[in-house]
Design a protein around this ligand. Structure first.
Ligand code: NDP
Ligand code: MG
Length: 386
């Protein structure tokens, strides 16, 4: 029996996680859930899974959740950042799904690492911001890390069982998002609704915009660097619009191993929940004969400047990926609020990176300082151009 905390239970990954968990009540028990703004959804989840704890953002949300649960389930409701760290490191929990979006996920995910948990990592921003520190905590506390991001989960499945012997390259696939064929001149005017209408995956709004700019793939290159201890030169991105091949590992003998499946996050979630065993996930079997042709293309860096910025940030190292991540979060939020054009997202990130080169990132305090400085700077840049 695995005992779970689901951080970000009310989001896209959280909901898919609980869908898989509900299929296997004999294997998984939910001990704690967290949400942020979607209190009604969290209440439904608490009533369905009867966790011991639920965490929300503030006292007002906690009061609302308590009222919704009164007389139905005995879940203890807590709130705030410390409570998130607490449910990520409870002694009775062995597995933590880290599915909060953005930098807000870093502290609770680190708490899970320090607690020596099996971490199912969806929150790629933790690794982008503080990859070195994070991997050290995982090693020091004998935590284990299983990737949820579909590409990294695919790479994990295609890697040798132990070590990296014989591996030449990691090939991360990318769908290219909704604007793969949109004339570049038209990209300035695309709306958040168009950007969030991903052709293959249903995801939260922030990662959907990241997919449209391909910053998502850039963050994933940095994520792959840390997860698989692989330098930027050995990580390639290939556009594969059908999202059937989720990523590949190339070996020195010329073999390329790919993991395939329908694009549904319940596959990597079920894989990581049950690893090293396999369980049914609810995903329909892949019908290759019915699938359209599988196409692979090189990404166009003029169309997707964010991908180039992320490779550069990885090569620059130190606090630069944290600056990239924070500037991206601020720019994407401004785009989603109709305060910034789509093409300007990359411009804001590039200008922020330029004004904050080589930030130190040896301690968590330094990482958060780089994150904070980048947010201030990105907001100033947005203010100046809008
Ligand atoms: P969603 O926006 O759907 O969900 C985010 C979750 O985090 C929600 O539970 C939300 O609560 C909670 N949350 C938001 N802000 C805060 C905060 N400041 N403090 C605490 N909790 C917060 O995102 P996704 O599920 O799409 O993505 C989650 C993570 O997984 C991201 O890091 C993303 O990059 C990664 N990922 C997602 C994939 C996908 O298919 N969706 C694929 C691969 C990776 P509430 O909704 O209640 O406000
Ligand atoms: Mg992904």
């Amino acid at each position: 029996m695995r005992r779970l905390t689901v951080l970000g239970a009310t989001g896209s990954i959280g909901v898919s996680t609980l869908d898989v968990v509900a299929r296997h009540p004999d294997r998984f028990e939910v001990i704690a859930l967290s949400g942020h703004r979607q209190i009604d959804r969290l209440a439904e989840q608490c009533i369905a899974f009867a966790p011991r704890f639920a965490v929300v953002a503030d006292t007002a949300s906690a009061t609302r959740l308590q009222a919704l649960l009164a007389g139905k389930v005995g879940t203890e409701v807590m709130h705030g950042a410390d409570a998130l760290e607490r449910i990520a490191s409870l002694p009775e929990v062995d597995t933590v799904m880290a599915a909060i979006v953005g930098a807000a996920g870093l502290r609770p995910t680190l708490a899970a690492a320090r607690g020596g948990k099996r971490i199912l990592l969806a929150n790629k921003e933790s690794l982008v911001m503080a990859g070195g520190l994070f991997m050290r905590e995982v090693a020091d506390h004998r935590a284990s890390l299983l990737p949820i991001d579909s590409e990294h989960n695919a790479v994990f499945q295609c890697m040798p069982a132990a070590g990296r012997a014989g591996v030449r390259r990691i090939l991360l696939t990318a769908s290219g998002g909704p604007f793969r064929r949109t004339p570049i001149a038209d990209l300035a005017d695309v709306t958040p609704e168009q950007a969030c209408a991903h052709p293959n995956w249903e995801m939260g709004r922030k990662i959907s915009v990241d997919s449209a700019t391909m910053m998502n793939k850039g963050l994933e290159v940095i994520e792959a660097h840390w997860l698989f201890d692989t330098p930027a030169e050995h990580i390639d991105v290939v556009i594969h619009p059908q999202s059937i091949v989720h990523s590949m590992v190339e070996y020195v003998d010329g073999s390329v191993l790919a993991q395939m499946g329908n694009p549904d996050m319940r596959t990597p979630i079920a894989h990581a929940l049950a690893w090293p065993e396999r369980v049914e996930s609810g995903v329909s079997p892949l019908d290759l004969a019915a699938a359209s042709d599988l196409v692979f293309e090189r990404p166009d860096l003029d169309r997707f400047p964010c991908l180039k910025l992320a490779f550069e940030a990885l090569r620059a190292g130190r606090g630069t990926p944290a600056v990239l991540n924070a500037a991206n979060e601020v720019a994407v939020a401004a785009f989603l609020e109709h305060r910034l054009g789509f093409r300007a997202i990359a411009d804001v990130i590039a200008a922020t990176l330029e004004s904050l080169p080589d930030q130190p990132a040896d301690t968590l305090e330094q990482v958060f300082a780089a994150d904070a400085a980048a947010r201030v700077r990105a907001r100033e840049i947005i203010g100046a151009i809008t």
